[in-house]
Design a protein around this ligand. Structure first.
Ligand SMILES: Nc1ncnc2c1ncn2[C@@H]1O[C@H](COP(=O)(O)OP(=O)(O)O)[C@@H](O)[C@H]1O
Ligand SMILES: [Mg+2]
Length: 247
């Protein structure tokens, strides 16, 4: 599904080069729910932005399905972003002037194809996420939890290969965080969605199948949940974070 190999990325600030990703490699399978963790500044957002095709990597490869992203033109990258990737942002970025239903349809509108099939899919997503009754409402008229579910439904409207989320629970209390995580779990169960979630929150990460922990621009550790229950996995993650702090 996603195969990242030996990814390097540095930023040039004035005369200084900052190496942010120093050979990151990992793979994500279809239907997996994976967290990317690591301290602030460890390169999580940079990694996500490379996979999203927002910034070009310096070296290494990113294969999404059978496509090597570095080989694509700007136009092809825009299509990949619109059709193959679904995005969930920290503050959800719903458009105030559009109804819940039109917000969900937005990626399809941008992609130029709102056919009856897509409209049926929007209605199905509303049903899956329990927002059918509010689909004609506007963002200002709905609760935080409903906004989150709308944002996740929107990320799924074009049936992307993968959902990318950067700190989707970052600004939320624990109850709302739980609502976001639940909608990811639901998306996976109902549609087999593959989810790649950047988070520094071990609570959010503990719901995932696996956590990839970055440090200093490299994969420091990859932890499988296996048959651990959620709290045991959260303890494992916390132990790892503490261990990293000590090293
Ligand atoms: N556009 C940029 N130009 C220069 N430095 C950047 C840029 N974006 C991020 N950085 C630096 O790269 C490092 C990693 O940032 P980031 O990927 O946002 O980390 P994280 O999301 O893990 O907190 C930080 O030191 C940050 O200051
Ligand atoms: Mg970040």
């Amino acid at each position: 599904m996603l195969k990242v190999n030996d990814l390097h990325k540095s930023y040039q600030v004035g005369k200084t080069t900052y190496e942010v990703l120093k050979g990151v490699s990992f793979e994500i399978k279809k239907g997996e729910f994976v967290a990317v963790m690591g301290p602030s500044g460890s390169g999580k957002t940079t990694l996500l932005n490379c996979i999203s095709c927002y910034i070009p990597a310096d070296r290494g490869s990113i294969m999404l399905g059978k496509t090597e992203l570095a080989s694509l033109s700007q136009e092809q990258l825009a299509t990949v972003r619109n059709k193959e990737l679904g995005f969930v942002f920290q503050d959800f970025l719903l458009l105030d002037g559009l109804s819940v239903r039109d917000n969900i349809l937005l990626p399809a509108i941008i992609g130029g194809s709102v056919d009856p099939d897509t409209e049926r899919r929007a209605d199905e997503l509303c049903r899956i996420f329990g927002i059918s009754d509010i689909r004609e409402k506007y963002p200002a008229e709905i609760s935080g939890g409903e906004k989150q579910r709308t944002a996740v439904a929107r990320a799924l409207i074009n049936r992307p290969m993968m959902i990318l989320a950067d700190e989707p629970t970052g600004n939320l209390d624990s109850k709302s965080s739980r609502a976001v995580i639940d909608s990811f779990l639901q998306a996976r169960q109902a549609m087999g969605a593959t989810i790649f979630m950047v988070t520094h929150d071990s609570f959010a990460a503990s719901f995932c199948d696996r956590a990839i922990i970055l440090r200093d621009g490299q994969v420091w550790r990859s932890l499988e949940r296996g048959d651990m229950d959620r709290t045991a996995f959260q303890d494992t993650l916390l132990d790892s974070v503490r261990e990293m702090g000590r090293e």
